[in-house]
Design a binder for this molecule. Sequence first.
Ligand SMILES: Cc1cc2nc3c(=O)[nH]c(=O)nc-3n(C[C@H](O)[C@H](O)[C@H](O)COP(=O)(O)OP(=O)(O)OC[C@H]3O[C@@H](n4cnc5c(N)ncnc54)[C@H](O)[C@@H]3O)c2cc1C
Length: 139
Amino acid sequence: MGAVKTVFIVGGGIGGLTVAHALLQIGASTRVIEVGDKRDRIGTQITLLGNTLLALAELGLVDACLEGGLGWDFVSVRDGAGTILSEQSTPRIWDADRPGALGIMRPRLGQILEDFATKGGAKIDSTQPSPELIRTMEG
Ligand SMILES: Cc1cc2nc3c(=O)[nH]c(=O)nc-3n(C[C@H](O)[C@H](O)[C@H](O)COP(=O)(O)OP(=O)(O)OC[C@H]3O[C@@H](n4cnc5c(N)ncnc54)[C@H](O)[C@@H]3O)c2cc1C
């Protein structure tokens, strides 16, 4: 990747960890600086639609994400008796043979992205940057 050797990424959320993995794939070493504690990752679900699944597929991340969540093609709204009131489908825009959308818990998604980034060699500082790191960034 030319003259770029190390990329510092501020924020180890969905974007930062995915970028870390992507940069590792093109030969840049990455260091992620995350101010929070991963144990604080909010335990709610996130829905990833076709455009996101396509991006994850291109980065080699989609299989692990699908295994960690639940793929689906449509959402039904029902009344108390189970009668369908409305239905909305999610087109399979990224792969005709695989679900159009994915529901996954945020801590699970975060762990998958973190595992890929660290397996590829990313270093994640999950605390305030150390004086040594600040010197490296400034230097
Ligand atoms: C209620 C809600 C529901 C949502 N539902 C969906 C959904 O269903 N589907 C969907 O695709 N999107 C959804 N989104 C949007 C999605 O959550 C965001 O697009 C996504 O999290 C953005 O990723 P990110 O990495 O940019 O930011 P984040 O995931 O927020 O990560 C940012 C990280 O940076 C860290 N940070 C912040 N400041 C610093 C600093 N100064 N130094 C170091 N670290 C720092 C934070 O601790 C955090 O870990 C939803 C958002 C909300 C609020």
